[in-house]
Design a binder for this molecule. Structure first.
Ligand code: CAO
Length: 436
């Protein structure tokens, strides 16, 4: 049998009358035991009135702005008799606490659940509806002042309600992404890890396996995070006609069969990049003096990203401008083999002034490589494809190589990047330009 029961304002710890600032339920709502039904706000704290039992809200007896004190009737709830027995929470156990106090173990568990739910549906509200985020007017005011979208904040209080601390945690998490600063409560967090407090129990969603990241992945993760968060990246896309170059490559490989040297596109890309770096010194540079100086390098050492089982490594070929394509091909093969067998020395991975990341052997039409600091630019290469190209009076099948040049916008302007990429494409289209 259903029964109407009262929800009253519990003991306010000696505070007299305080105003209701928000009603959190409406007539007809089904509520859970312990769910907040109203928010009261004094000068000192924001307090929530929890329902001591689950049921259906049948009447609401207060309105926002009304002043209430301990014992004031807030709402009438229809409680199923068996539900009442299942949740015999006494009124005294429902004493509201100031928000600052309500971050005990219970709310820690709620944090996890709330965050897990947000992970599954990043923008949606916790109940999957389009309802506005639950927060008191004071928290809304704070969010407005700080320009925080409450829809993006994970509420750690009952029923996903957002507190002042939730807003502060949200801001900290955003700031730490931009500054790389460690956030309170997670001093040992590697830069590549998710923000603190976001340890999610994925077993809620299904079976999982935990595999530690390799040392290389951990190190490169921190480096990549630093690159991503500290460099204003822009990527310039270009397409090079390598029809003639490919003919030369095939011819060279035919000639070199007995020597065992295999010439891939990467050797030509190194050579063309060195020429472009010479023509555009700003790309062969590093920021120094707290970002106030540019160090222009007179050497042309180029790193190339190598995919290994343990993660990404970037061996460096020194003085590329002085070497021939066959020497470069030999060196690429040697360094890539060393990288894959874990035999690269530190010296062989240091000192690059520019990098190339070639995914052309795998596929893809373009990507946005991350600059490898302290360098200021990187060339991404995707898979060459035969494409119809308009040659004045008809389409011709040409082998086109997609290039993606990412650069540090603090050092390089978009126009310069477009010129660099065009230069590179012109050299690859006609290697005779290297003689100019
Ligand atoms: N378009 C079409 N085919 C290409 C190509 C391109 N741009 N680049 C290479 N190929 C072809 C090669 O000609 C070769 O073909 P065959 O086997 O028929 O002769 C095949 O793809 C394999 O080449 P490769 O990738 O082994 O050789 P490479 O010199 O081009 O590259 C290396 C060497 C070490 C760069 C490469 O093996 C590698 O590790 N690439 C991955 C780099 C990477 O992970 N970058 C991402 C960094 S960010 O996470």
């Amino acid at each position: 049998m259903a029964e109407l029961k009262q929800i009253v304002v519990p003991d306010l710890g000696g505070q007299g009358e305080i105003p209701v600032v928000e009603l959190l339920v409406a007539v007809g709502d089904a509520i859970q035991a312990d769910q907040a039904v109203a928010t009261l706000e004094s000068d000192k704290a924001t307090l929530e009135v929890p329902a001591p039992f689950a049921g259906i809200v049948r009447q609401v007896k207060v309105a926002p702005g009304e002043r209430v004190s301990a014992g004031s009737l807030v709402a009438l709830i229809e409680v199923a008799a068996d539900a009442e027995m299942a949740a015999p929470t006494a009124m005294s156990a429902a004493t509201p606490e100031p928000q600052a106090k309500s971050h005990g173990t219970k709310s820690a568990a709620l944090t996890d659940a709330a965050i897990a739910a947000r992970e599954a549906t990043p923008i949606a509200h916790l109940d999957g509806s389009d309802a506005p985020a639950h927060a008191s007017p004071a928290v809304r005011k704070l969010a407005r002042e700080l320009g925080v979208d409450l829809g993006q904040v994970v509420g750690t209080h009952r029923a996903g309600r957002i507190s002042t601390e939730d807003v502060q945690r949200h801001i900290k998490s955003i700031l730490s992404r931009f500054t790389g600063a460690e956030t309170e409560g997670a001093p040992d967090h590697p830069a590549s890890a998710p923000p603190p407090g976001r340890t999610i129990d994925f077993t809620r969603f299904g079976e999982v396996e935990i595999k530690p990241l390799s040392r290389i992945r951990r190190l490169s993760g921190a480096h990549l995070t630093h690159s991503w968060s500290s460099i204003p990246h822009v990527t310039q896309h270009e397409s090079a006609d390598i029809t003639e170059l490919e003919k030369l490559r095939v011819m060279l490989n035919g000639e070199q069969k007995s020597s065992g040297i295999k010439v891939t596109m990467l050797a030509f890309l190194l050579k063309a990049s060195a020429a472009a770096l010479k023509a555009f010194p700003q790309f062969n540079a590093s920021l120094a003096g707290a970002g106030g100086d540019l160090v222009l390098k007179k050497y042309f050492h180029i790193g190339f990203a190598t995919d290994t089982d343990e993660g990404l490594l970037v061996p460096v070929i020194r003085d590329v401008e002085r070497k021939g394509v066959l020497d470069l091909a030999r060196e690429i093969a040697d360094l890539a083999a060393k990288a894959r067998s874990g035999k690269l020395s530190l010296a062989q991975m240091s000192g690059a002034s520019f990098s190339i990341s070639s995914l052309g052997g795998i596929g893809g039409t373009g990507f946005t490589p991350l600059v490898n600091p302290p360098e200021v630019a990187i060339l991404g290469v995707s898979k060459a494809r035969l494409s119809p190209v308009w040659c004045g009076n008809k389409f011709e099948p040409r082998l086109m190589l997609p290039l993606s040049l990412s650069y540090d916008h603090r050092v390089i302007d978009g126009a310069l990047a477009a010129r660099f990429a065009t230069f590179l494409a012109d050299v690859l289209a006609d290697l005779r330009r290297l003689l100019l």
